[in-house]
Design a protein around this ligand. Structure first.
Ligand code: FER
Length: 291
């Protein structure tokens, strides 16, 4: 009996030790709660002429607290999911609250955040059958709109840096697939890439990253995250496995959760703090459950 108890106690301690070792970072309580007594950023809607679609298209934009036209900023392009539009992040994720809080804590490099409509077609509203083939195809068409219409518009009209080291691309679900596809497919344009709960539009790994050596030298940060109970986890998992096989440094962050804004807000909180700062690849491990 004594022996049994001592075995059980030992097992308990091993459990505790393993648990302690495998804590992954998560956003602290209150990270997404509006605080009245701190400086707040500003939100605006912009319109740009899209040659790709042949219409004027909308995007929302968040300016950091203390924004000054005489300064220069890097830009995060932040993409929505299949049921969303240029307002989805603002409505569902309140990124302005997350960012305001991070700025107040001195944890964010000042940046503009542009939230476009990633459904690049004439009627780009998220109405009717959002899974209709032509609507899904419009998420791929957005690559051209982003590169040839939106980014040039932003860089012509706002005080921003115009090089790859100062452009980040990230998104949730369909927007995560877009970010991986367009980001890794256009390494000359983006150095910081993040896919949150990336959807089935994510290219298969060998197409996504045909030249791992090039990606390795060019990428500052490649972030892949997903909730552990998300039915789309396999798209992140297979990408991660390929990156491991090809030795491409990246963060693979699997967190408790499903396919929802609780996960994406946590991702945004963690991912945004890494942007446009010196990168410590050794610290990537702390986001992973794998030793
Ligand atoms: C699919 C399942 C999910 C799909 C897209 C999604 C195009 C996208 C989900 C989202 O953006 O939240 O089969 O096919």
């Amino acid at each position: 009996m004594k022996r049994l108890i001592s075995i059980l106690v030992t097992l308990l301690f091993i459990q505790i030790a393993v648990f302690a070792q495998k804590q992954i970072p998560t956003a602290p309580a209150g990270f997404d709660v509006n605080q009245e007594n701190i400086p707040h950023g500003k939100i605006d809607t912009i319109q740009y002429a899209s040659k790709t679609v042949g219409t004027n298209r909308k995007a929302t934009i968040y300016f950091p607290p203390g924004y000054q036209k005489t300064k220069k900023y890097p830009v995060l392009y932040l993409l929505h999911g299949i049921g969303g539009d240029e307002k989805e992040w603002l409505n569902g994720g309140k990124p302005q609250v997350i960012f305001d809080n991070l700025y107040a804590a001195g944890k964010l490099e000042p940046m503009l955040v542009v939230m476009p409509n990633g459904r690049a077609m004439q009627d780009d509203r998220a109405t009717g059958n959002i899974m209709a083939p032509e609507k899904v195809a419009a998420f791929a068409t957005f690559e051209k709109d982003l590169l040839q219409d939106l980014i040039p518009y932003v860089e012509k009209n706002y005080p921003v840096f115009k090089d790859r080291n100062h452009r980040a691309l990230a998104g949730l679900s369909m927007g995560g697939g877009q970010s991986l596809n367009f980001g890794l497919g256009n390494l000359d344009t983006f150095a910081w890439v993040g896919g949150f709960s990336s959807a089935p539009n994510t290219k298969v790994p060998a197409e996504l990253l045909p030249d791992p050596a090039k990606a390795k030298t060019m990428l500052k940060l490649l972030w892949i995250s997903c909730g552990d109970n998300d039915r789309l986890l396999n798209f992140s998992q297979r990408t991660h496995e390929y990156l491991v096989e090809k030795n491409v440094p990246h963060i693979y962050y699997v967190e408790p959760g499903v396919h929802d804004f609780k996960v994406w807000k946590n991702d945004l909180h963690l991912f945004s703090q890494l942007l446009f700062k010196p990168v410590d690849q050794a610290a990537f491990q702390k986001y992973s459950l794998n030793p």
